[in-house]
Structures are given as C-alpha cells and as structure tokens.
Write a protein that binds this ligand. Structure first.
Ligand code: GAR
Length: 213
C-alpha cells in the first residue's frame, strides 16, 4: 500500500474527491494523514470523520517560511508518505522543502498552466478575455506553478461569467482530474523525463479533458 499525505488550507473539496475515489476504486493506497496550515480549515472535519489522522501546523505561529516548512516536513515525514498531495494548500514553499519531496509531490492549480500562475486565476482569465480556461495537475518544483504537467481539463468561459461561476465550473473538473492523476501515481504509471511526464502505455484514459459548450 502506498501512503499519501494530503495538505489543505480550507474546505478541502479536492481532498474529499481523492479520499472518496481511493475508497470507491480500492486504490493500492491509503490516505494516512491530512495536514492543514490553518486550524479552522473545514476540510479537517471531513478527514477526521473518515478516520484519517489530522494535524495542524499553524503557519501564523511562525515568523519565517524556513521555520514553518521545517516543522511541516517533520510532521509529514512522521507518516513516511510515498506521495504528498497539495490540495488547495495556499502556501509558497521553500526550495529545500520542495526538493525533499522531488518527484513525489503533486499540486492542482486552477488554470491551464503555463497561463495564470499565482492567485486569483479566474479573475486573471476573465481579465485576459480567454475563451477557454481550466485546471492543471502537476509535479511540484521550486518555481511556483511551473512543474511537469500530468493532467489538464479545459472549460469554456461563457458570456456573463463571474469569478465565482467560472471557479465552480473549473472545480467540477478539478474533482475529475486530481483523483485520476493521484491514482496514476500510486499505480506507478507516471514517469518523469526532464520536464515531461509519461503516463504508462497501459493507461487508456486521456490526461486531457475538454468540456465544450
Ligand atoms: C482549488 O480550486 C485549487 O485548485 C486551488 O484552491 C482551491 C482549493 O479548493 N489551489 C490553488 O489556488 C493553489 N495555488 P478545495 O480546498 O475545495 O480543494
């Protein structure tokens, strides 16, 4: 069984999608802990209700990123995970931390990378006037929102869209591609070649989803 630790900062709907998929599809993996940098992250309740260990490392208690990341790393490594999954974990991570989990830490970002890195991605998309927006699952590397891409899903930007309506449309697809990508990882289907990700030939599922109309 592969061990997965999931990091959240808030409601944790992606974490929930992954926990549910792992259970329903009987992955060869166990979500061993959900860790939050915020004590009031509502996703913690769901994780606890599923019998998953929960940990809070409150980022507000730390004065430097280095100190926070060092403690976070200790807490994660207590669970000896094969994979660390960032699911709405709203922290910029230090290079030593990211390097420690090189090749075994994934993130989901609410845009079609390499467009719209950073925050307020739906506002960025509306401001740019793009007609297609979406979400990306990628390996985490030291450069923010730039790691090798595993899966993407595209959604249309519709007339009258607000940040919220667009975010909701994208979130539906996040819940599809993130469990899929994590499953590929735990099944050993992902290989990294430089900046490119290969998905095992035996996988018949597409790593790109387009929802048109
Ligand atoms: C998701 O939309 C995720 O893509 C985004 O935060 C949201 C978390 O929702 N992540 C980032 O913006 C990371 N830079 P959730 O807590 O319901 O999964």
């Amino acid at each position: 069984m592969r061990k997965i630790v999931i990091l959240i900062s808030g409601r944790g709907s992606n974490m929930r999608a992954i926990v549910q998929a792992a259970k329903e599809q009987q992955w060869p993996a166990e979500i061993v802990a959900v860790i939050s940098n915020k004590a009031d992250a509502s996703g913690l309740e769901y994780a606890a209700s599923m019998g998953i260990a929960t940990v809070v490392v409150a980022s507000r208690d730390f004065t430097s990123r280095e100190a926070f990341d060092a403690v976070l790393q200790q807490e994660i490594d207590r669970f000896a995970p094969d994979l660390v999954v960032l699911a709405g974990f709203m922290r910029i991570l230090t290079t030593p931390f990211v390097t420690h989990y090189s090749g075994r830490m994934l993130n989901i970002h609410p845009s079609l990378l390499p467009s719209f890195t950073g925050l307020a991605t739906h506002r960025q998309a509306l401001t740019a006037g793009v007609r297609i927006h979406g979400t990306t699952v990628h390996f985490v590397t030291p450069e923010l929102d730039h790691g090798p891409i595993i899966a993407q899903a595209a959604v249309p930007v519709l007339p009258g869209d607000t940040e919220q309506s667009l975010a909701e449309r994208v979130l539906v697809q996040e819940h599809v591609i993130y469990p899929k990508a994590v499953r590929w990882f735990v099944e050993g289907k992902l290989t990294l070649e430089g900046d490119l990700v290969h998905i095992g030939a035996e996988s018949t599922e597409s790593a790109g989803i387009a929802c048109v109309g």
